[in-house]
Design a binder for this molecule. Structure first.
Ligand SMILES: [Zn+2]
Length: 253
């Protein structure tokens, strides 16, 4: 298997929390994501909650964690190098740490979306921890969400927790986040944060929004792209040309 094929069948798992990267003078008590120690230093990587309890030197640096699950361990020459150079090509620095069977990439919190994009463009399917969907490049529009298992009609495909924001809070968002805002009720807006923000519109969709979830409106097979009818679910703030290719496509949303 060539490197690109390996990447396509491997997975990147996005962890929800942010992680602190700490320099400590002794190994802290309790359960931490990772503790690494050499003759001179002790480095601790731990969740936000735990970080408060750990005595450390210097300021806390916050990172998001991508877990990399290689499909063929130890035989994929250049696998980590490919990840590292794709991220470097976007001008970002990364920290890589490995355990016996897993590799992790730590990205500065504010650079997460750029790094995420680099991994998708390299060909990785990305999974949010605990979800049954994959995010990868799509034929409909750049990035899309795909079923990681078969779903029955009526089953929840994706559950999401959108952030409710005021108009002023929306104005203060970085520009790459603004496209994930839609209007909500009583002058409030919602910002999508999870994989749901990558669900593409289709004029003939396979899910509908119900109680902060995308619910299957027909049986969906593993590997199919998950779609939703934007016109029904929220009031869109942005308009675009539709390329969903369904027979009843309205071409313009
Ligand atoms: Zn369409």
């Amino acid at each position: 298997m060539g490197l690109l094929e390996v990447i396509k069948v491997s997975q990147v798992i996005v962890h929800h929390e942010r992680y602190a990267y700490l320099l400590c003078s002794r190994v802290p008590l309790g359960k931490h994501f990772m503790v690494s120690q050499d003759a001179d230093e002790i480095t601790v990587i731990t969740t936000e909650n735990n970080a408060k309890k750990v005595k450390h030197k210097k300021d806390i640096k916050w990172f998001k964690l991508f877990e990399i699950r290689v499909a063929t361990p130890f035989v994929s020459v250049g696998f980590l190098a490919a990840i590292s150079s794709a991220i470097a090509a976007k001008g970002l620095t990364i920290l890589m740490v490995s355990t016996f069977s897993k590799d992790y990439v730590l990205i500065h919190e504010e650079e997460t979306s750029v790094a995420f994009r680099a991994l998708l463009e390299l060909g990785f399917p990305v999974v949010w921890k605990g979800q049954n969907t994959l995010v990868k490049m799509s034929k409909i529009h750049k990035v899309g969400v795909f079923a990681a298992k078969n779903f029955k009609k009526g089953e929840t495909v994706l559950h999401f927790e959108p952030k409710v924001l005021t108009k002023d809070q929306i104005k203060a968002l970085p520009s790459d986040q603004k496209k994930y805002v839609s209007s909500y009720k009583h002058g409030k807006y919602i910002l999508q944060q999870g994989p749901d923000k990558y669900v593409n519109h289709a004029c003939d969709p396979n899910t509908k929004v119900q109680n902060n979830s995308d619910v299957a409106i027909r049986d969906i097979h593993r590997g199919e792209e998950i779609t939703s009818d934007y016109r029904k679910d929220t009031i869109q703030l942005h308009h675009f040309t539709c390329r969903c290719r369904s027979r009843n496509c309205q071409r313009w949303i």
